[in-house]
Design a binder for this molecule. Sequence first.
Ligand code: AP5
Ligand code: MG
Ligand code: ZN
Length: 218
Amino acid sequence: MRLVLLGPPGAGKGTQAQWLKERYGIPQLSTGDMLRAAVAAGTEIGRQAKAVMERGELVSDEIMIGVIAERLRSPDCARGFVLDGFPRTVAQAEALERLLAERGEKLDAVIELAVDTEALVERIAGRFACAKCGAGYHDRFKRPAVEGVCDVCGGTEFVRRKDDNAEAVRTRLQAYAAQTAPLLPFYRQRGLLRTVDGMAPIAEVTAAIRRALEDIAG
Ligand code: AP5
Ligand code: MG
Ligand code: ZN
């Protein structure tokens, strides 16, 4: 299964990718996570991306396409993948198409998570993650079962993202509208776009994605 999750910041791409990777046994390719890891490790790409990400702007197509081209070569991507946060521009989508065509592959579906802007801001404001394993939580919508303890790894330290402040969120929403939303007609034209109501509770969104993918599998 080769999937793309498309949606504005806070739509639930990371949350749903978590389920998809388990369901289909495919890796989650989150360019945001890869960049945050590069920043933390202080690599050349991390140095170039840090300030851009903190402002909420997009990192250059050249860097992102390079990162994904390399990641797709790993053996664990041979049976598919779920892309979370890539492509984000038409140039990235065209590059992805070329990269896959070179391998005789193509996408199976692009799932759009549609969420109102007010809900996005609320989701981002309440988001936090386990410092140890990265599992995602929310102050209101997804608290750990035991207060202060990660459900997944038992970690007790949590972190909030640097670009989850009001100003950077505004810039991220603008970047989505201007640079990423054009991917909706791009993929609709190719018959790949499946839009899911991302306003529903997490488990209902998961169920809607499952139905959409069962439809495709026939
Ligand atoms: P990235 O990390 O991809 O951030 P983003 O697109 O802004 O998306 P988020 O991770 O904020 O949201 P999400 O959709 O994953 O939502 P989540 O599941 O966490 O990118 C960060 C930056 O990196 C970019 O700004 C850019 O600078 C750079 N970058 C990355 N990729 C790039 C690329 N390809 N090109 C150029 N630059 C790139 O959910 C949010 C919260 O809501 C969570 O707390 C969750 O628990 C909760 N939640 C989820 N679903 C629901 C629900 N249905 N109901 C209630 N709560 C929910
Ligand atoms: Mg995410
Ligand atoms: Zn954890």
